[in-house]
Design a protein around this ligand. Structure first.
Ligand SMILES: Cc1cc2nc3c(=O)[nH]c(=O)nc-3n(C[C@H](O)[C@H](O)[C@H](O)COP(=O)(O)O)c2cc1C
Length: 206
């Protein structure tokens, strides 16, 4: 049995390739894997607040030492962390927005990257505490970042792989849709390639 967590985050709504592909992968995995469950966290439909003092201070306090605002802020983060901890498979759709993830996904990262809860320092080293999960990271960008003049500027993938790895999510398979801004012919091939990768992931998972 597998618990699947689908996280979508593009600000492009129904136009989003990452939301469509990530949802397709997660729903098909859910159908394919006997007894699996699917939890959907749509960060576009339901944006998280930016983290603030209530969260940053509240999470350092014991539950009975928090004021009302701190309790609400910490409870929100606890819900997100619990969703992540319960998952065996995490499917994330992430649009490149100004060379990074969308503000929607960054807010999620800010809520779940929590010292003592999702990572800790031991013997002077950081140790991720959210381990043993498979992550499928579907990314899309207008430009091409796997090669060429923009290759040095893939802060989006590098940031997500680093921050997810930092909390223990190290088994990450990336599915890229890139070059979407290079005209319809390039976009069509990029989308078809990504769809083929989704199908091969499903075939492997079967
Ligand atoms: C506000 C905005 C900023 C963007 N910034 C970048 C960027 O920095 N680099 C890039 O290659 N593409 C950029 N794009 C193009 C998106 O990455 C592209 O549209 C991609 O398909 C978004 O993923 P989605 O289809 O899941 O929404 C941007 C698009 C928008 C709407």
């Amino acid at each position: 049995m597998s618990n699947i967590l689908l996280i979508t985050s593009s600000p492009r709504g129904a136009e989003s390739q990452t939301s469509r592909l990530a949802a397709d992968l997660a729903h098909k995995l859910n159908k394919q894997l006997a007894g699996s469950t699917l939890t959907i966290r749509d960060l576009y439909a339901q944006s998280l607040p930016h983290i603030d003092a209530a969260y940053v201070q509240g999470r350092m306090l014991p539950a009975d030492g928090r004021d009302a605002g701190q309790s609400v802020a910490v409870a929100q983060a606890e819900t997100l962390v619990a969703e992540l901890q319960a998952a065996d498979i995490v499917v994330i759709g992430s649009a490149m927005i100004n060379f990074g993830p969308s503000t929607q996904l960054k807010a999620w990262v800010d809520h779940i990257t929590w010292p003592g809860v999702t990572f800790k320092y031991a013997d002077g080293k950081a140790e991720g505490l959210v381990t043993g999960k498979k992550v499928y990271l579907v990314t899309a960008s207008g430009a091409v970042f796997t090669e060429g003049p923009f290759a040095a500027f893939d802060f989006h993938s590098n940031y997500l792989k680093h921050t997810l790895g930092f909390i223990g999510l190290t088994d990450i398979e990336q599915i890229r849709v890139e070059g979407l801004g290079y005209g319809p012919a390039v976009a069509e091939v990029a989308i078809a390639n990504a769809e083929a990768v989704v199908e091969s992931v499903l075939a492997k998972a079967a």
